[in-house]
Ligand binder design. Structure first.
Ligand code: AMP
Ligand code: GLY
Length: 424
């Protein structure tokens, strides 16, 4: 079988790496890919959101299954376009992808189907949003409605901060049309965790649990990023809590998907805040989390191709999923300046040390080849991902590996997985 992975970050490297392990997969292509992906797959120079070119590629190269990594092509309707041409693809249609593409749509969906979430109101007028913020007081959360590359949420500690956020989104339009409307939302306190499921619209297969680290600095300080590291499993989602999540969050969500007639054959990532033993939904994503996919896919024992093909074909009930008992952790190495502006083209040293390593895989996020030399090309550059018999060992393995890697300005968090270690 031939598989095309769409995207070019750490998540897509992990997807391509795992798909290649399937005996059924003869060849993996990746569009556009990156330097690390080009070691294990054929990278194709097509942008992840160029749906027409991707469809042509799939037709002319007889691709059997397409797996979409990022949200942008999904919200732009890649699945609808592929299905129209009878091409097998894993991911939600445009209607399903609205769960990520519009935060207002997602919140209204949660309200309609009784899914626990923070109290909120949506606005298209700056003045009315400001009045509401002043009425409610701080702390309070302001969210741009549309896609904003993970930067559209401001958790404001003061009213002034919230009003500034509203101004920059609605008046200065820093996220363009994505900020035409906003949500102002109650601020929840608790512990965040990611719960992902695979679904074909009927069957739900929960994936291993994980926890992301959004802020740039240790101790969850500094601005939010796309994610600076993740570990799996997440002890806060023990069996009892998973049962609560399945009953109070996932079951009404699946009911909602069916009622709204969404064609959702892919991953639903539910961002949860657990407050005093009760889960509330912070957000939906319509795809694998990045970097959560990296530790999760390291722990996956089953054949990923079988799983994703069954998802795309609506046969998930025929499949069982097994996980390694080991824990996994991914530590992101980022460019100096990230999540602000950063330099590109910085040479990376030490990557060859891990080629045959079974416990450590260095997934590339923002890299490219420059005359056969790997250089940085993004904010998040590498995701050093390690297995271990428990979370401490996995952490030790990952940080030992990081000692062998270097690029100028490299920054990373030293406390990935400490929350899980403290809980033991
Ligand atoms: P989202 O993109 O909606 O997940 O928001 C990004 C981050 O903002 C989340 O991972 C949380 O850390 C934080 N966040 C979002 N909504 C809330 C909320 N209602 N209360 C507290 N923090 C929130
Ligand atoms: N790591 C969070 C996300 O993928 O959106």
């Amino acid at each position: 079988m031939k598989v095309l992975v769409i995207g070019g970050g750490g998540r897509e490297h992990a997807l391509a790496w795992k798909l290649r392990q399937s005996k059924k997969v003869d060849k993996v292509y990746c569009a556009p890919g990156n330097a690390g992906i080009s070691d294990i797959a054929e990278c194709v120079d097509i942008k992840a959101d160029d749906i027409d070119a991707l469809l042509d590629f799939v037709k002319y190269n007889w691709i059997d299954l397409t797996v979409v990594g990022p949200e942008v092509p999904l919200t732009a309707g890649i699945v609808d376009a592929f299905i129209k041409e009878e091409r097998r693809i894993c991911g939600p249609d445009m209607a399903g992808a609205q769960l990520e593409g519009s935060k207002i749509y997602a919140k209204d969906f949660m309200k309609k189907y009784g899914i626990p979430t923070a109290e909120y109101k949506s606005f298209s007028s700056f003045q009315q949003a400001e009045e509401y913020v002043r009425l409610k007081g701080a702390p309070i959360v302001v969210k741009a409605d549309g896609l904003a590359a993970g930067k559209g949420v401001i958790v404001a500690d003061t009213v002034d901060e919230a009003v500034d956020a509203l101004r920059s989104i609605m008046t200065d339009r820093v996220f363009g049309d994505a900020g035409n409307r906003v949500i102002v939302e109650q601020c929840l306190k608790g512990e965040e965790v990611s719960f992902m499921i695979l679904t074909d619209g009927e069957t739900v297969v929960p994936l291993a649990t994980s926890q992301d680290h959004k802020q740039i600095f240790d101790g969850d300080r500094g601005p939010n990023t796309g994610g600076m590291g993740a570990y799996s499993p997440a002890p806060i989602l023990d069996e009892a809590m998973r049962k609560v999540v399945m009953e109070t969050v996932i079951a009404p969500m699946m009911n909602g998907l069916a009622r709204e007639r969404m064609n959702f054959r892919g991953v639903i990532y539910v961002g949860l805040m657990i407050c005093e033993g009760k889960p509330s939904v912070l957000e939906y994503n319509c795809r694998f989390g990045d970097p959560e996919a990296q530790p999760i896919l390291m722990r996956l024992d089953s054949d990923l191709f079988d799983l994703l093909q069954a998802t795309a074909e609506g046969r998930l009930k025929e499949v069982t999923v097994t996980w390694k008992a080991e824990s996994a952790i991914c530590v992101v190495l980022a460019s100096k300046g990230y999540p602000g502006s950063y330099e590109k083209g910085v040479p990376i040293k030490g990557l060859d040390s891990f080629r045959d390593d079974k416990e450590v895989v260095v997934f590339h996020a923002g890299t490219r080849l420059n005359n056969d030399y790997v250089v940085t090309s993004g904010g998040r550059v590498l995701g050093v991902t390690a297995l271990g018999k428990d979370i401490e060992t996995a952490k030790e393995n990952a940080y030992k590996a990081i000692d062998k890697i270097h690029f100028d300005g490299m920054q990373y968090r030293n406390d990935i997985a400490d929350k899980a270690i403290k809980k033991q």
